[in-house]
Design a protein around this ligand. Structure first.
Ligand SMILES: NC(=O)c1ccc[n+]([C@@H]2O[C@H](COP(=O)([O-])OP(=O)(O)OC[C@H]3O[C@@H](n4cnc5c(N)ncnc54)[C@H](O)[C@@H]3O)[C@@H](O)[C@H]2O)c1
Ligand SMILES: [Zn+2]
Length: 372
């Protein structure tokens, strides 16, 4: 008996590809990828954590059975790997393999590997085909879809990068069985973000079934992933290169999140999804303060994040948390300030995010000062 596998098509303006979701998917990787590869040669990029486990061999074995030769390159785990230094090292190792333009890069791992290896694929030999093989909840519902790749800079997150959509995404739900619980929760923050943006009904479903999703209930988890990734697909299809503003909605909570991450440093104090959880609560607070959102919706969002074990207050994270002025300084770098006004993704309530370019800096300062 083979487990059900679903295929979600992505059709953006410049490209189309399929997202395959299911258990036992890596074993079918040869059959799925063979027709897509220009030449039967691939380089699998993964991190040390995954390299020590069985997943690279699961996919490598399936590819070998389909006559596809795969070499493997390993990067260190963690956000620190999304750096120019690691990019340079990876590109060097890739070129040392004697690759040509018909080689396909397989990015197996979380968002860090997907973003780094994806960017390497975008620039190596002016562009190699890329297949995303996401192995974290966050990567399966968010970072593997939509084509954004890149690395961090000392000036902030994701400031160096490229749009480089994959030829295919293989999201094997089995890989989530090994994922540490803290990582699972962090990924859940981005999953619920899609509900906050435009699906109140999904949010209500998550209020009922979120605990089962985290606990590993296979049917609930598959449904949550499908519904969440479908929202991302729809938004990316509507605005692939973030030109009409629709795609900007996906940044809900992220201006705050990036500031938290930049101040915390990329050493694992604060996972990206945890920062997003904090950031979404700040975005709801700002929305309430500006009169766009009912306090009850903020309370409901906050309650659910707490129930899912996600942080909602930066104050509880460490002794010397995130001074409002330092947060403001980082956020101002991220934003164009015009006449003392900033652009933010705000909320009119659960399921109704919108972009507002008239946020007064004073309201932002108040929200940051009240973080708690
Ligand atoms: N490109 C995009 O559109 C986009 C969207 C959202 C987030 N991101 C980026 O994604 C990154 C975060 O991704 P992430 O949360 O997946 O973190 P991650 O890639 O650091 O992975 C988290 C940890 O889990 C480990 N891991 C991965 N898969 C595992 C598995 N199956 N079993 C056990 N351990 C496993 C990794 O080694 C790592 O230590 C951030 O850099 C963020 O900026 C990008
Ligand atoms: Zn994110």
């Amino acid at each position: 008996l083979t487990a059900p596998i679903t295929v979600l098509p992505v059709a953006a303006s410049s490209h189309r590809y399929e997202i395959h979701i299911g258990r036992g998917l890596l074993e079918r990787g040869g059959a799925i990828l063979a027709p897509l590869l220009r030449r039967p040669r691939a380089v699998l990029v993964t991190d040390r954590t995954l390299a020590a486990g069985r997943h690279p061999a699961r996919l490598g074995g399936a590819l070998a059975a389909a006559g596809i030769r795969t070499e493997t390159l390993v990067v260190p785990p963690g956000e620190g790997t999304k750096s120019m230094a690691e990019l340079a090292r990876l590109l060097d190792e890739l070129l040392a393999l004697g690759i040509d333009r018909n080689v396909t890069i397989l990015a197996m791992g979380g968002g860090v590997v997907g973003d780094l290896a994806g960017f390497a694929a975008a620039v190596a030999l002016r562009g190699l085909d890329l297949v995303q093989v996401p192995t974290t909840l966050l990567a399966q519902i968010d970072s593997s879809v939509g084509g954004k790749t890149g690395v961090n800079s000392a000036h902030g997150k994701n400031l160096i990068g490229a749009f480089h959509p994959p030829r295919c995404v293989l999201a094997d739900l089995e890989t989530l069985d090994d994922l540490p619980e803290r990582e699972l929760r962090a990924g859940y923050a981005e999953l619920v973000k899609h509900a906050f943006i435009r699906d109140a009904e999904l949010f209500a479903w998550l209020e009922r079934h979120g605990a089962a999703v985290l606990a590993g209930n296979a049917a609930r988890r598959a449904e949550a992933i499908h519904r969440s990734v479908a929202i991302k697909i729809a938004i990316v299809a509507a605005d692939e290169h973030e030109t009409t503003g629709e795609r900007a909605l996906l940044n809900f909570g992220h201006t705050f999140a990036h500031a938290y991450e930049t101040i915390a440093g990329y050493g694992g104090t604060l996972l990206h999804g945890e920062a997003v959880s904090l950031g979404m609560v700040r975005a709801f607070e700002l929305s309430v303060r500006l009169g766009h959102c009912a306090p009850a919706d903020l309370a409901r969002a906050r309650r659910h994040l707490v129930a899912m074990g996600l942080p909602v207050s930066a104050r509880t994270l460490r002794n010397d948390p995130f001074p409002p002025e330092a947060m403001l300084a980082v956020m101002a770098r991220d934003k164009k300030v015009q006449d003392g006004r900033l652009t933010f993704v705000l909320s009119r309530g659960i399921g109704a995010a919108f972009v507002d370019s008239t946020v007064p800096i004073g309201a932002l300062r108040d929200v940051l000062a009240g973080d708690g």
